[in-house]
Ligand binder design. Structure first.
Ligand code: ADP
Ligand code: MG
Length: 485
């Protein structure tokens, strides 16, 4: 008998850890440069030497509030840290400083757009601050695990969703939104491969219609958003198969093997009480004042949703175009900068989405490394709009040269290339007359009603002008001239 997977639904909650892009760590002044020589960014506080005292990093608190505001969370004015005690080699103090009962933000949501165009809000339970651990490396030495403590003490926020996600795809969309938001806010680089954004997926399944949740399994170690989706999709099928076979689901932590596309048991879940939480005696409680929140609000950048609205409602772009342009903050800023120099919104959108992004993809470059200033894109749009070059010539001939000779104006380049269209009607009229004079018998045929012959005359005009005749102006002149004969 084959399993009917449709009888079940999955219940998924995600925990995202994001490393804050602060200059120094959460509770001391050690730097946090990724890829630095192991164990070179480790002062006494990072290493938990006896007597070393942690100090709040105000910038990290600001980042957490920024994120909370962007997610419509309640900012909790009075909150403090706790010690989460456990023994692990990458945790030098033997405990992690983390917000346990009093997260800095509660409630709020992230909105995702489903395939059918509807929007779904994924509720957040909390966003809290904590410090990162060191990093164990199991593949650097044949016999031993090596540990790099550079990461220990890095400021993190953890965002925990309500169990409101139902499919691997929704998880994918949620994480894409979160990453976009972190990058817009400039508080985390969102790089899952380097581990600066990490996600644990809590997955359970239940028969559709059931009100109670099934036993959840936590899956870790996915190094991309796509792999989170794969891990969840695998886990859902595994759990349904197990239940169908009459087995029990154990509450455990599993790891994702990206090569095999499978989840594998890592450990059975320790009870929360094992952590022996108590409030951190070395750090004073945090008071988030209304003034502090206002100051953060004043520094908030425009968020993707606001830009999307502006691009569609004010500039009249399609939802698709606005989506592509707001996907990345730097691309959106570049597009807005182009608009400072041209009023042709649609054309600016096309140039940024097609030519600019196409070139960047091909060269594996980020837009911040793009050689052409936004004004240059406006120049080339002006060249087309003023009828000086056709859009094909602009794309195929002018733009590639601009990429190499970016100090020159688009017009200079078009002139040097000798591709400026002839749209001066006096000049063109001479060419049209000459083209028509070359085929007297065709003129007679045209006069008897063979209007398709306009094409032949146009071909001749293009030849005589060496391709520079503005086709729109020329074809009108050809017709007018023929009609007057
Ligand atoms: P824990 O204490 O084990 O970390 P929490 O209650 O804090 O568990 O929840 C952690 C995450 O697991 C949250 O995102 C939550 O929405 C999700 N979650 C809770 N129960 C379930 C369940 N039965 N199935 C799937 N996800 C769940
Ligand atoms: Mg958990």
């Amino acid at each position: 008998m084959s399993t009917d997977y449709n009888l079940y639904e999955a219940v998924i909650g995600l925990e995202v850890h994001a490393q804050m892009l602060t200059k120094s760590k959460a509770f001391c002044s050690d730097a946090i440069t990724y890829g630095a020589m192991p164990n070179t960014q480790v002062g006494p506080i990072s290493l938990g030497h006896p007597g070393a005292l942690p100090v709040h990093n105000k910038e990290a608190v600001k980042y957490a509030v920024k994120l909370g505001l962007a997610c419509q969370c309640d900012i909790i004015p009075h909150n403090y840290y706790a010690r989460k005690n456990y023994f692990y080699a990458d945790l030098p103090k033997g405990y992690q400083i983390s917000q346990h009962n009093t997260p800095i933000c509660e409630n709020g949501y992230i909105e995702i757009k489903l395939k059918d165009g509807t929007e779904k809000r994924i509720g957040l339970i909390r966003i809290h601050m904590e410090e990162d651990t060191g990093k164990s490396m199991h593949d650097q030495d044949v016999y031993d695990t090596l540990i790099d403590y550079n990461r220990a003490g890095t400021a993190l926020v953890e965002m925990v969703t309500q169990p409101e996600i139902r499919t691997g795809e929704e998880a994918y969309l949620y994480l894409s939104e979160v990453r976009k938001l972190l990058r817009y806010l400039d508080i985390c680089d969102g790089n899952m491969e380097e581990g600066s954004m990490r996600c644990d997926a809590n997955v359970s399944v239940r028969l559709k219609g059931n009100k109670t949740f099934g036993t959840k399994v936590e899956v870790k170690n996915m190094n991309s958003i796509r792999n989170v989706q794969r891990a969840i999709d695998y886990e859902i099928v595994r759990q349904i198969d197990a239940i169908t076979a009459g087995e029990k689901i154990f509450q455990e932590t599993r790891t994702f093997d990206a090569m095999k596309g499978e989840t594998i048991v890592m450990r059975s879940k320790e009870g929360a009480s094992d952590y022996r939480y108590f409030s951190e005696p070395d750090l004073p409680p945090l008071h988030i004042t209304a003034e502090f929140i206002d100051a953060v609000k004043a520094q908030m950048p425009a968020l993707p949703k606001e830009l999307f609205h502006q691009f569609t409602a004010v500039y009249g772009l399609s939802a698709y175009d606005a989506g592509v342009l707001t996907e990345n903050k730097d691309v959106a800023s570049y597009f807005e900068a182009v608009l400072k120099h041209t009023g042709n919104f649609k054309s600016a959108a096309n140039w940024v989405m097609v030519q600019v992004k196409g070139y960047l993809n091909e060269q594996a470059l980020e837009i911040k490394d793009f050689v052409l200033q936004p004004a240059k894109i406006a120049e080339i749009i002006d060249l087309i709009d003023s009828g000086k070059v056709s859009s094909t010539v602009a794309t195929k001939e002018v733009f590639p040269v601009m990429l190499r000779e970016h100090h020159k104006s688009a017009l200079e380049i078009a002139e040097t290339l000798n591709v400026i269209q002839e749209s001066n009607s006096d000049e063109l009229q001479k060419i049209v007359d000459e083209a028509i004079a070359r085929f007297p018998e065709k003129v007679t045929e045209y006069k008897t009603g063979k209007v398709s012959l306009v094409g032949l005359f146009m071909g001749e005009v293009m030849k005589l002008s060496r391709g520079k005749a503005d086709p729109k102006v020329a074809s009108k002149l050809v017709k007018d001239t023929l009609d007057k004969i």
